[in-house]
Design a protein around this ligand. Sequence first.
Ligand code: HGY
Ligand code: MN
Ligand code: MN
Length: 409
Amino acid sequence: MINGDRLWNRLLELGTIGKQPSGGITRLSFTKEERAAKEKVASYMKEAGLAVYEDAVGNLIGRKEGKEKDAPAVLVGSHIDSVYNGGMFDGPLGVLAAVEVLQTMNERGVKTKHPIEVVAFTDEEGARFSYGMIGSRGMAGTLSEEELVHQDKHGISLAAAMEEAGLDPGKIGKAARRKGSVKAYVELHIEQGRVLEQANLPVGIVTGIAGLIWAKLTVKGKAEHAGATPMPIRRDPLVAAAQIIQVIEQEAKKTGTTVGTVGQMQVFPGGINIIPERVEFSLDLRDLDAAVRDSVFLSIIERAKQIGNERNVDVAVELLQKMPPVLCSELVQNAAKEACRQLGFDVFTLPSGASHDGVQLAGLCPIGMIFVRSKDGVSHSPEEWSSKEDCAAGANVLYHTVLSLAMTA
Ligand code: HGY
Ligand code: MN
Ligand code: MN
């Protein structure tokens, strides 16, 4: 069994980095908080007896050699960057459980056929630049320098932030892994939903990961005096945006499986006595079925354009990122099911509404995930919580899953 106390204490310690007065954690990619978190995790990896290095996109990696040095590696990990004001488990649980698994193996003198690498992926969340999974895209070889133009709210581009962090945007291709060099990728993660809690189970095995679309909608009207402009002649972009946001909710609800969210909005110029000139807001749209998601997206855009015409405002839609839904491989799912059986846990499968780095790695190698129960299903919030026992249960399932993948041919 893994050392549950050591895992828990590391979770608490890492959770102090980027802590906000609100109690949430803000550890955005390529910031000093994330740098401090990487140093901390690198120290845990060294304590675990791993060879530690960062690749060309800033993924932090700890490697345990296998009996067959050049055999395809088993990758296990998650991310340590966070959303704004997030929780302490989303990402770090997967990275620290992976370190704990390898440290336990090394303490027991366990040798595996395949090398095993713990990976803390760079910028999984995409919170800072509204463009995510930079590290896993880099490792999959699907990240191009052109994509590094995305800017944060201060106008700093991903490329500039990477340079600031000591990386060379022109060399990101070096992070790409050759097909065949990775046997499988496994990630332990909090569920961030209510299914395991309702089933009264500590762990579950993920069948597939929903595909997301991120877009930015800009509605342009005419700035005018709030007091002197009669209602019938206004070209008010904020009222139009409010109507479009209602449409997003209505269209997503129609399918019963799609989820649509507007998490960000900016109003220009933002004066109390000015009819706004322009409104910008985000759209996050997801479904396990890409065709269903895409048809909802089209319905939203069509209706948004109609509203623009009806209100004589201009509606523009910029697609920021689009990720396909991905199925978890039988190879990893079966290894995780066998691990649950060995440990006496129910074998319970469920889909992931949240997206994860495995989506980007699915073209490189078989991927799979193990979920740990979330209290009240809450995540991306300071209220995010999983119990010490459930975290240990998840890490033990991860141990046996990784062991069986790394032992066998
Ligand atoms: O947005 C997500 O689903 C993940 O937390 N990056
Ligand atoms: Mn997240
Ligand atoms: Mn996550």
